[in-house]
Design a binder for this molecule. Structure first.
Ligand code: NAD
Ligand code: DAU
Length: 358
C-alpha cells in the first residue's frame, strides 16, 4: 500500500485531488494530508473522507522543518504531492512576504525533508519514491499574440509576486533534480474551477455575487484571457504524471479552453438563469446589469494559454470536461452547498472583500 503525503489538501485543488484519489484507489492507498489551515484551508472540504482508516489529517506548517521531518520519520512516505501555497494573485500584490515564505521556503523544507528521508548513503534514492510539485502556468508570463502558447520550453517570465514565488519554487525543484537526481516532477497547470473553490477567485466570486444580486467586479476591460480546466481533470493529470511521467520532467496541463473574463461572466449568468427555476427568488437577482468594470489589477497578465501536447503524447492525458458541462457541475455544487459558501464568506472574508473592492 503506497503512502501519499499531500500538502495543502484542505484547499481547493488539494481536497478535490484527495477525493479523486480515494474514488480511484479506494483502500489501496493511504493519504496523510498536512495543512496549516490558513484562510484558504477548510476541514469541511474533507468531511466525507475524514473518518476513513486510510486517511489522516496533520495540522502543520510546511515551513516548520521539525514538524515535516517528524512526519517523514514516523511514516514510510512513497509519494509527495505538494499543493500547499499562497495562491491568490491579488493577495500577493498587497502582501508579497508570505508568498515567499510559504511558496519558496516551504517548498525548500519539503524538498529537504523528502531528500533526507529518501537518499541512500551512495547518493542515490530509495526505489520508487516520487515527489510531485504542483505549479502554475503563470510562471511563463503573459502572451500577446493569439497564436502563441506556453510550452514546457517557454522561458520563465513571472510578473506578480505570486508567480515569481511559484517560479522560484519551481527552480528549487529543478535544482534538486539536476544536482541530486532527486526523483521529482513538476506540473504547470492553467486556471482551475470546480467544487470547493474559495470565492476570492473569479468563478466562485461571480456565482456567489450574482445569486445575491451583488455587483460583479471585472478588472480592466474584461478581455484578459485565461485557459480554464475543470479541477477533476487536473487531479487526474497529477496522478498520471506521478505514475507515468519521466523522472525529472515538467508537464504542462491545460484545458484548451481559452476565454476572456467577460465571456466567463456572461456564461455564468446565462447558466444560472437556465438552471434556476422560475419560482426561485434568486432568479430575478441574476442580471447583466450587475457587471461593473473596475480598476485593473496591477501588472495584470493579458493572456495565458497552455499547449498540453507533451502530456498528451507521453502520458495520454487530455482534458475531458467541456466548459459548458464543467460550469454546470460547478454551479450545481454551489447550489447544493449554500452552507459551505455561507461559512467561508463570514468573518474575515467580509473584511477582505471590503478592502479589495471598496
Ligand atoms: P488554495 O489557496 O485553495 O489552497 C492552498 C492550501 O494550502 C490551503 O489548504 C492552505 O491552508 C494550505 N497552506 C497554505 N500555506 C500553508 C503552509 N505554510 N503550510 C501548510 N499548508 C499551507 O490553493 P489551490 O487553488 O488549491 O492551489 C493549490 C496549488 O496549485 C498551489 O500550489 C497553486 O499554486 C497551484 N495551482 C493553482 C491553480 C488554480 O487555478 N487554483 C492553477 C495551477 C496551479
Ligand atoms: O493560471 C493559474 C492560476 O490561476 C493559479 O496559479 C492561481 O493560483 C489562481 O488563483 C489563478 O490565477 P488568476 O489570477 O488567473 O485567477 P483569478 O480567479 O484571481 O482571476 C481570473 C481572471 O479574472 C484574472 O484575469 C483576473 C480577473 N478577475 C478576478 C477577480 C477575482 C476579475 O476581473 N475580477 C475579480 O474580482
Amino acid at each position: 500500500m503506497k503512502t501519499y503525503l499531500v500538502t495543502g489538501g484542505a484547499g481547493f485543488i488539494g481536497s478535490n485531488y484527495i477525493h479523486y484519489m480515494f474514488r480511484k484507489y479506494n483502500n489501496s492507498i493511504r493519504i496523510l494530508n498536512v495543512d496549516a489551515l490558513t484562510y484558504a484551508g477548510n476541514p469541511e472540504n474533507l468531511k466525507d473522507v475524514e473518518n476513513r482508516e486510510n486517511y489522516s489529517f496533520i495540522h502543520a506548517d510546511i515551513r516548520d522543518k521539525d514538524a515535516i521531518s517528524k512526519i517523514f520519520r514516523e511514516n514510510e512516505i512513497d509519494r509527495v504531492v505538494h499543493f500547499a501555497a499562497e495562491s491568490h494573485v491579488d493577495r500577493s500584490i498587497k502582501n508579497p512576504e508570505i508568498f515567499v515564505e510559504t511558496n519558496v521556503l516551504g517548498t525548500l523544507v519539503m524538498l529537504n525533508c523528502a531528500k533526507d528521508a529518501w537518499e541512500l548513503p551512495d547518493g542515490s534514492f530509495k526505489e520508487g519514491k516520487k515527489f510531485l510539485h504542483v505549479s502554475t502556468d503563470e510562471v511563463y508570463g503573459s502572451l500577446d499574440n493569439l497564436t502563441d502558447y506556453f510550452y514546457e520550453t517557454t522561458p520563465y517570465d513571472p510578473h506578480s509576486p505570486y508567480s515569481a514565488s511559484k517560479a522560484s519554487s519551481d527552480f528549487l525543484v529543478k535544482a534538486y533534480i539536476d544536482t541530486y537526481h532527486f526523483p521529482a516532477n513538476i506540473t504547470n497547470c492553467s486556471n482551475n474551477y470546480g467544487p470547493y473553490q474559495f470565492p476570492e477567485k473569479l468563478i466562485p466570486l461571480i456565482i456567489n455575487n450574482a445569486l445575491q444580486g451583488k455587483e460583479l467586479p471585472v478588472y480592466g476591460d474584461g478581455k484578459n484571457v485565461r485557459d480554464w480546466l475543470y479541477v477533476e481533470d487536473h487531479a487526474k493529470g497529477i496522478d498520471m504524471v506521478q505514475e507515468l511521467g519521466r523522472p525529472g520532467e515538467t508537464y504542462n496541463i491545460g484545458g484548451h479552453n481559452e476565454k476572456q473574463n467577460i465571456e466567463i461572466i456572461h456564461i455564468i449568468l446565462d447558466t444560472l438563469r437556465e438552471m434556476l427555476s422560475d419560482d426561485d427568488p434568486r432568479k430575478a437577482l441574476v442580471s447583466d446589469d450587475l457587471i461593473r468594470f473596475v480598476t485593473d489589477r496591477k501588472g495584470h497578465d493579458r493572456r495565458y494559454a497552455i499547449a498540453p501536447d507533451k502530456i498528451k503524447a507521453e502520458i495520454g492525458w487530455e482534458p475531458e470536461t467541456m466548459f459548458a458541462e464543467g460550469i454546470k457541475k460547478t454551479i450545481q455544487w454551489y447550489f447544493e452547498h449554500e452552507d459551505w459558501m455561507r461559512n467561508v464568506t463570514s468573518g474575515d472574508y467580509q473584511k477582505y472583500y471590503e478592502e479589495m473592492y471598496k
